[in-house]
Design a protein around this ligand. Structure first.
Ligand SMILES: *Cc1c(COP(=O)(O)O)cnc(C)c1O
Length: 449
């Protein structure tokens, strides 16, 4: 157990600043970056990484930062997790690629077997593997359209589903994801989300679902809907947790309307929210589920898993891709899933939430700019507003984030209005480190308020 959590190669689990942030070597590398990497690729925190593990990221100047981002909910099992490293090392020495569609290999099949076990529902399932979350979402839509012989896809306000052409159409926020990149794919219709902080007081999940369904039925027509696509807790949109009852009501409508209910669990999946998948919290069983980020300990792997009759409705050769289900990524996924089971990382995520929520509530009592605290497990966010209103305060959000960065804590922002601070620590972060990160956040609020 101990050696799995703190392998010899893992960096010392501490916050340690030995230069200003960013330090001189990182600044040098940033200058090289600017001269050669497209300006279209952004940077949250301009420190270049040398190694990372557990709850820390160590930069090229020797600074050790506390990681509350996990590479955007990817390294749930920790960076360079021991089992993942060993599995990938073994695989890389045997073969690196054959293309599963040309000559298959066991790892791909074993990953699909695991996905059938860990995803919600005990129906017959099939999976297909891809390289990115966007690609998984695109393929889920392709599968739903073929299976239903319908074309309309329903998505929600604040949704994020990726950056490819179809997934840009599915994503809500214009800047930076869509601006100037159109025209976008047709037959995508957006309806209101359940957003308790911004909906009227007491507006229930059932009422929010009825509002969305009314719009679908009047503006699209139930018989035209191939799929309803929803993040059970929205990610980039600001960790919006729909009111209880919303997701079950939407799923129920889908089954009556003959539409495919797709849960995009790319960010919420793999123990992040304290369950294997966020859909489980309300007992929702999606027809299709899209997976990526937390799946393979940092190697690029994504999946669509779902009902066999939908997944098998596609003609042979209709799904795939050169790299989809790469053998190294499959080995990493199997090792990650084993680590999640062995270390009970769903329980670890719940413990992280149990530590963070009371601390954040205490902070909110002192700083009325914290309008809302929400999330589940190790997917927690705070929404910053002008005190006593719901008016977003993106400037304050940016100031708190950059103060945390300067003090050696990696935090990310999110939200349609850019006013959400989100926390996504690796699920193996130690309690002392997490507590120290919250001290830094506290000091950041004190400094900027
Ligand atoms: C990140 C994300 C995606 C896109 O995944 P990529 O691997 O970046 O293409 C899709 N859906 C959700 C919910 C995400 O968080």
């Amino acid at each position: 157990m101990t050696d799995l959590l703190a392998p010899q190669s893992s960096p010392t689990q501490e916050r340690r600043l030995v230069t200003e942030i960013p330090g001189p070597r990182s600044r040098e590398l940033m200058a090289r970056r600017s001269a050669t990497v497209s300006a279209g690729v952004g940077t949250t925190l301009p420190v270049f990484v040398e190694r990372a593990g557990g709850g820390v990221v160590v930069d090229v100047d020797g600074n050790s930062l506390i990681d509350l981002g996990a590479g955007i909910a990817v390294v749930n099992v920790g960076n360079a997790a021991p089992r993942v490293v060993a599995a990938v090392q073994e695989q890389v020495a045997s073969f690196t690629h054959t293309c599963f569609m040309v000559t298959p290999y066991e790892g791909y099949v074993a990953v699909c077997e695991e996905l059938a076990r860990v995803t919600p529902g005990d129906h017959e399932k099939r999976s297909a593997l891809f390289n990115s979350g966007s690609e998984a979402v695109e393929n889920a839509v392709k599968i739903a359209r073929v299976a239903t012989n319908r074309s309309a896809v329903i998505v929600f306000d604040h949704a994020y589903h990726g950056r490819t052409n179809l997934t840009m159409a599915l994503t809500a926020k214009n800047m930076p994801y869509k601006n100037g990149f159109g025209p976008f794919a047709p037959e995508v219709y957006r309806v209101p989300m359940s957003y308790p902080f911004r909906d009227a007081d007491g507006f229930s999940g059932a009422e929010a679902a009825a509002r969305a369904i009314r719009q679908i039925e009047t503006q699209v027509g139930a018989a035209n809907v191939a799929a309803v696509l929803v993040e059970p807790i929205q990610g980039e949109g600001g960790f919006v947790v729909p009111a209880p009852g919303f997701l079950p009501a939407v799923a129920e409508w889908c089954s009556r309307a003959g539409a495919v209910f797709i849960a995009d669990e790319v960010q919420t999946g793999f123990c992040r929210t304290g369950d294997w998948f966020a859909s489980e919290h309300e007992g929702v069983v999606p027809d299709l589920i899209t997976l990526a980020k937390g799946m393979a300990g940092g190697l690029p792997l994504a999946a669509v898993t779902g009902r066999a009759e939908l997944m098998d409705a596609v003609h042979t050769g209709g799904l795939g891709g050169t790299y989809g289900g790469n053998p190294l990524a499959c080995a990493a996924a199997l090792a990650s899933i084993e680590t999640m089971r062995e270390l009970d990382l769903a329980g670890a995520a719940r413990a992280i939430g149990d530590t963070m929520l009371p601390r954040l509530r205490a902070l909110q009592a002192r700083f009325p700019t914290i309008g809302d605290i929400r999330g589940r497990g190790a997917m927690i966010a705070i929404e910053l507003v002008k005190p006593g209103t719901t008016e977003p305060d993106p400037a304050l959000t940016a100031a708190v984030a950059s103060h945390c960065h300067a003090q050696g804590v990696v935090v990310l922002t999110a939200g349609t209005f850019g006013n959400v601070l989100r926390f996504l620590p690796p699920l193996v972060i130690g309690p002392d480190l997490l507590s120290e990160a919250l001290d830094v956040l506290d000091a950041a609020f004190a400094a900027v308020s």
